[in-house]
Each structure stands twice: as structure tokens, then as C-alpha cells.
Ligand binder design. Structure first.
Ligand code: PLP
Length: 501
């Protein structure tokens, strides 16, 4: 890295990004491009030599002219799809700093300050969310946190830890008997993680949820499934409870589910709480009840990149007994001397602060994510993050009120956090139309997204198709929410208008 060039080019890139944010509202949120549009405009092979005189400047021009028009603008204040990936100056600059320093803190010795900052910052965040001390380093009972890239990784690592602990007791040949549990609202990545961990496809019990339960997992249904499996000689291994499901923001009752599987009382069922989205809401004391019972759980994860301004990517995972992760994911005696681990004498001194995070994850190498999260917490403070969450929740409530005021629409499930699911009522469909209401709502979503003035997503809940408006972008203001609703109404007018034929 050439320091002088970096100074100059860093400013160029900072200006470029600032200009982008100045103009972000001018871009259609969803680009209007066809597959292959970009490849057709780029050379077939990399240049043999740097482009002269200023390769970066000409590449930035291509980013502006070729790439930006083909992006879905996740930071647009009109992006209401999926869950937001909130951005902030601190989050972006934290990424910039970490990329510039470019350390690889796989062990404490490989970059002591990076490893220790991860210990400190996961404790800070855990405290800010009101997590039980058992999950934090500062609790002194052996728990602690780490920063991974995604919730899917958190699920995989914890299933593997639970699996190895169980197989140690019952014998490796019984892997085919291990059963994992989730609901029909659990994120699909859970099934994938279970498969990667070697759980048989048929041994992932997907328990149906009901409208009457708000699509939350029923402890009674879970307990019945566990009993049934035990009676058939299976071995219950793992439950993934969700706080804030992807489709509707439903909250599984963690305490009651832990009781249903006997977690914390030696049943051997590992309970993981996936709070990828809604965990961020726990910075606000008024939302903490959603995680009640987490002290009985074995692990808890949330994505600060979703709601807590920590630009992509950042998933915080806290574990009650990290030793089980290390037992499953550490290299043990296969470890290579090249890793330069700290000498045993040093390890004895402050062992809890000398975390070799490579043993808490699948890969060896890792990013210095702690720097970004630390910067976000310092620059915004916990109160600042509360303001972000409350602002989004308030705007979502305003959107809900607008939906409810239009008799053509309904809000079929209670809004949760900053997520509103809504749809055209069956009776609102054009009387002459042969289309089903789900199909009409699907067309409505496509029409809304086709305008480029708002971008939402869809979901099927309890067999019905709904549109999802997830308020959560850093730049979204009340006017954007009002405009998004106007777009929905305009497109509904067009779809429901009587046709001439
Ligand atoms: N869990 C829930 C509840 C989610 O909403 C999501 C994604 O939106 C995930 C897990 C997957 O997250 P990741 O992309 O971090 O693996």
C-alpha cells in the first residue's frame, strides 16, 4: 500500500461515496436491467497492465456509469424490502479502517488488540441489549461473544458444537438419530445449517405454527414432537427459536420453549435464539421482553448489520459454554505451529482475555469486525441506537395506520417491530377478474417495485400472500413512508380498475 497514493485515492473514494449518497434518491430502488447487461459492457479479460494515467479514476467512472445503475439500492430511503442493512458513517468508516489495517486476528497472538476488542465489544453490545450475564465474558461464568458474518454461520457453529457434545455421550455412529427442531416460520438457513452439520434431512422437525398463536412456535407442540421422537428412539439435539421471524416478525416464547425441552436442566437439547433482525430492538428496554428466557438458552445471535448501523457484515453470537464450540471447531492437536499461539505461561495469566477466535468459527482467517462495531457504539452511543430503532417503529406504525384507513386493504397479522404485512382484501379484487387474491397481491408487489419509487418484498403467511413493508433504513423519513403508501395506492387503483373488455 502506497501511503501517498492512498491519501489521494482515499479522498477520491470518500468523495465518490458522498456523491452517491447525495444522489441516492434519484436512482430507481430496483434497477431496470436484464441479465447480462453488465458483462456485455465489460472487457472479456482483466487488463495486462494498469490503465494509465489513473486506473482508479477510470474504474470509478465505470462504477458510476455501469455499476450503480444496475444495483438494487439497499441504502435508498425507499427500500422497504427484506430487512434493512442499516448503514452509518461510523459503520462504513469502521469497514474502511479495518480494510486499511488488514489484520487477520485468527488467534489472540495473531493480533492481540483485535481479539481483545472483540471480547470488549461483544460484552458492550450484549449489555446494551440486556442479555443475561451468563452469555457475556463479564458474567465470569465462562460465556462470551464473537462476531461472525451471518446468522447462518451462527446456526451452523452452534449446531456443530451441540452435535459433537452429544455424539461424545452417545457414540458417533448415532449421528443419524439426532433431531433438530424449528417452526415453519424459522429462516430457511436453519435447515441448510443442519444439513451441513450432518443432520439427516428427515430429522429436521418443522413444527407448524398457527394464525391464532401469531405464528409463534407453540411450546406444547414442541414438547409433543420431542416426546414422539424420544419414543421412536431418536435423540433430540437442537432447537432454533426465533425472536422476530422473517415473514412477520413473530416472536417464539423462549422461556416456555426452553422449559418444553428441559433446557438448562441437563436435557441435552441446545436452544439457540435467532434474533437476526429483532435482536437489535432489545437496545430499547421496552422491547427486551421479547428475549425473556434467554438466560435458559445456550446461544443467542443477532445481526447488528440489520438494525444497529453496523454496515455489512456483522453477526454477533453469544454462547453460554464456548468451550463446546472450541471442542468442535478447534484444531486440537492438529494445530499448526505456524499459528504462533501465545505461550502457555501467558495463557494462564488472563486466559479469558486471550481468545483464539478461529476456534469459534468454521474458517481460520477472519475479518476485524470488532473495530466497526466499536466505532458504531462510540459514535452513536446506546441512546443513539435506541433513537434509530424507535424512529423506525414509529414510521412503521404510521404506515400501518395508512393501510388500515383504506378499506380495500387489510393488515392480516399484527405488525411487529418495524415490519408491516398487508394485502388487498379478497373483496377488493376486480369483480370481473378471474385472478385469485394472492395472484392480485403478487401483481401489486411487482407493480410497486416496477415504479422504482418504493421497493418491498412478499411472503406467504398461513397460506396467504402478503406484502411486507419493513421500515429500517438509516435515511428513511416520514415523507418516504407516505410516498411508499401513495405508490401502493396508485398501483392498486390501476390493478383494480375495471377493464374495458
Ligand atoms: N434469521 C432470520 C430471522 C432472518 O431474518 C435472516 C435473514 O433475514 C436470517 C436468519 C439469515 O441471516 P444471514 O443472512 O445473516 O445468515
Amino acid at each position: 500500500l502506497d501511503a501517498d497514493a492512498f491519501r489521494r485515492q482515499g479522498r477520491q473514494v470518500a468523495d465518490f461515496i458522498a456523491d452517491y449518497y447525495d444522489r441516492i434518491e434519484d436512482y430507481p430502488v430496483r434497477p431496470n436491467v436484464s441479465p447480462g447487461f453488465l458483462a456485455a459492457q465489460l472487457p472479456d479479460a482483466a487488463p495486462s497492465w494498469p490503465e494509465e494515467p489513473d486506473a482508479l479514476a477510470s474504474a470509478l467512472r465505470d462504477v458510476r456509469d455501469l455499476i450503480l445503475p444496475g444495483l438494487t439500492h439497499w441504502q435508498s430511503p425507499r427500500h422497504f424490502a427484506h430487512f434493512a442493512a442499516t448503514a452509518s458513517n461510523a459503520g462504513a468508516l469502521g469497514e474502511f479502517l479495518a480494510a486499511g489495517l488488514n489484520v487477520n486476528p485468527f488467534t489472540w497472538a495473531a493480533s492481540p488488540a483485535a481479539a481483545e476488542l472483540e471480547v470488549v465489544v461483544t460484552d458492550w453490545l450484549g449489555q446494551a441489549l440486556g442479555l443475561p450475564e451468563k452469555l457475556l465474558f463479564r458474567g465470569g461464568s465462562g460465556g462470551g461473544g464473537t462476531l461472525l458474518g451471518t446468522s447462518c454461520e451462527a446456526m451452523l457453529c452452534t449446531i456443530v458444537a451441540a452435535r459433537d457434545q452429544k455424539l461424545l455421550k452417545i457414540g458417533e455412529d448415532r449421528i443419524g438419530d439426532l433431531v433438530v427442531y424449528c417452526s415453519d416460520q424459522t429462516h430457511f438457513s436453519f435447515k441448510k445449517a443442519a444439513r451441513v452439520a450432518g443432520i439427516r434431512r428427515g430429522n429436521c422437525r418443522v413444527i407448524p405454527t398457527r394464525f391464532e398463536d401469531g405464528f409463534a412456535l407453540s411450546p406444547a407442540a414442541l414438547a409433543a414432537a420431542v416426546r414422539d421422537d424420544v419414543a421412536r428412539g431418536k435423540v433430540p439435539l437442537f432447537l432454533c427459536a426465533t425472536v422476530g421471524t422473517t415473514a412477520t416478525g413473530a416472536v417464539d416464547p423462549v422461556r416456555e420453549l426452553c422449559a418444553a425441552v428441559g433446557a438448562g436442566h441437563g436435557s441435552g437439547v441446545w436452544v439457540h435464539v435467532d434474533a437476526a433482525y429483532a435482536g437489535g430492538a432489545c437496545v430499547c428496554p421496552e422491547f427486551r421482553h421479547v428475549a425473556a428466557g434467554a438466560e435458559e438458552a445456550d446461544s443467542f445471535s443477532t445481526n447488528p448489520h440489520k438494525w444497529l448501523l453496523a454496515n455489512m457484515d456483522c453477526c454477533a453470537l453469544w454462547i453460554r459454554r464456548p468451550g463446546l464450540l472450541v471442542a468442535a471447531l478447534g484444531a486440537g492437536e492438529d494445530e499448526d505451529a505456524i499459528l504462533n499461539k501465545a505461550p502457555p505461561a501467558a495463557r494462564g495469566m488472563q486466559a479469558d482475555l486471550m481468545v483464539d477466535y478461529k476456534d469459534w468459527q468454521v474458517p481460520l482467517s477472519r475479518r476485524f469486525r470488532a473495530l466497526k462495531l466499536w466505532l458504531v457504539l462510540r459514535c452513536h452511543g446506546v441512546e443513539g441506537l435506541r433513537g434509530v430503532v424507535r424512529g423506525h417503529v414509529r414510521m412503521a406504525a404510521a404506515f400501518e395506520a395508512m393501510v388500515r384507513a383504506d378499506p380495500r386493504f387489510e393488515v392480516p397479522v399484527p405488525p411487529a417491530f418495524a415490519l408491516v404485512c398487508f394485502r388487498l382484501r379478497p373483496l377488493a379484487a376486480h369483480p370481473g377478474s378471474s385472478s385469485g387474491i394472492d395472484e392480485v397481491n403478487g401483481r401489486l408487489l411487482e407493480a410497486v417495485n416496477g415504479t422504482g419509487r418504493a421497493y418491498m418484498s412478499g411472503a406467504v403467511v398461513g397460506g396467504a400472500y402478503v406484502l411486507r413493508c419493513a421500515v429500517g433504513n438509516s435515511l428513511t423519513e416520514d415523507r418516504h413512508v407516505r410516498e411508499a403508501w401513495s405508490v401502493v395506492q396508485e398501483q392498486a387503483d390501476a390493478i383494480l380498475a375495471p377493464s374495458d373488455d
